[in-house]
Design a protein around this ligand. Structure first.
Ligand SMILES: [Zn+2]
Length: 374
């Protein structure tokens, strides 16, 4: 079974930390028990790790912080101080027509407009996408990330409308876990060219999200496949969609110096939330086991492997000491901080240790081999 092999892989990672109770609890039970979509409270962490909180110095480097996250022993939790990224917010007077002042580079702002690890550029044309045969795993295989930079996730541009897509690191982890552990809560409505599913909300009882994807990469003819995955759009009504940057209606003749920061993605942005990631995994599985389904040739989302432990640690075993207006208070990391630190940890430990790419559909492999042989 995949989960057990994943765990034994984990144990081999020299700097990885074995998950709590790993020796005594079977993998099938371990992950559902450890999967909590929500964030713990400071009280929950303090109670669980009473006497085992390690406070890191407030001038710690990012390299040391990544190391501490990767090597935190079982039964311990970290207390960290705000890192420079969180202090960057700056208040400035907004352009005339907007009332009041705006804070840029706040965590919320960053989650909307921050950097990501982009797989292509906005200038990639349809022909270039076909010629370069761009596939996510081949780009990531050759990529290096700088752990001094803040990356909130993976992104790419669709060459047809030059619209940007982002999938946050935590959505990749949580979408995969949703699919693995609660796949039965994702229900197929139809799977044709635009697969459509419903997914139960894990945080709000009796709530369902309707989720659709279009187009799915399934056409090998004339290399259209390479454009289809880049052009994919998805819809879900969960809170992650509120992080979407809306397209600018028109560019004013003279723009303020902040204009580009307000409207980073002039064509709007697609956010792949955890439900879309989970649904995609489900749709791939369905398409490969049902003859009547449209065949989906590639899963662009990597599977979390080494990233599982840092994700778990940062979400459930870290308390932040926040200092504001001369007062100190304790809190857990927010989603922006979690994503940035997951990006840094990924950069620090290496992309190949954090993620695994699933096997593409055999039909796609055959196509790639044929085209390589030409
Ligand atoms: Zn969603």
């Amino acid at each position: 079974m995949y989960l057990s092999s994943l765990i034994s892989e984990e144990k081999k990672t020299p700097r990885g930390i074995p998950i709590d109770d790993i020796e005594t609890v079977p993998a099938e039970e371990l992950l559902p028990r450890h999967f909590r979509h929500g964030y713990p409270t400071v009280k929950m962490i303090t109670r669980r790790y009473a006497g085992n909180l390690t406070e890191l110095p407030n001038d710690i480097t990012y390299a040391d912080l990544c190391d501490a996250v990767l090597s935190l022993p079982d039964g311990k939790a970290l207390v960290i101080h705000q890192m420079p990224f969180w202090d960057k917010s700056q208040v400035f007077r907004s352009p005339k027509k907007v009332v009041g002042s705006i804070r840029l580079n706040t965590p919320q702002r960053f989650r909307r407009l921050g950097k990501e690890m982009n797989l292509n550029t906005s200038s990639m044309s349809i022909n270039q996408a076909k010629q370069s045969q761009i596939l996510p795993y081949t780009v990531i295989e050759n990529a290096t990330l700088d752990f001094e930079e803040d990356y909130r996730g993976i992104g790419w541009w669709g060459p047809t409308k030059h619209m940007h897509r982002t999938v946050f690191w935590d959505a990749l982890v949580e979408g995969f876990k949703y699919y693995e552990l609660f796949g039965d809560r994702i229900k197929l409505r139809h799977q044709n060219i635009d697969p459509s599913y419903t997914a139960e909300s894990l945080s709000r009882a009796e709530r369902e999200y309707e989720i659709t994807l279009h187009p799915v990469p399934s056409t090998l003819e004339d290399g259209w496949f390479f454009i289809e995955w880049l052009d994919m759009r998805g819809k879900c009504g969960c809170e992650d969609s509120s992080f979407r940057e809306k397209g600018a209606t028109r560019k004013p003749e003279s723009v303020s110096e902040r204009w580009h920061e307000y409207h980073k993605y002039t064509g709007g942005e697609v956010i792949f939330c955890r439900h879309l990631v989970a649904m995609y995994k489900e749709a791939v599985e369905y398409s490969r086991s049902h003859k009547d389904a449209k065949n989906i040739l590639l899963d662009p989302f990597p599977e979390p492997t080494g990233i599982l432990n840092p994700w778990w640690t940062l979400k459930n075993r870290v308390i932040v000491v926040d200092e504001r207006d001369g007062k100190k208070y304790r809190r857990v990391l927010d989603k922006t901080e979690l994503d940035v630190l997951l990006g840094r940890t990924t950069a620090y430990d290496g992309l190949d240790r954090m993620w695994l790419y699933p096997e593409p559909d055999p039909a796609l492999n055959a196509y790639l081999q044929r085209s390589a042989g030409k």
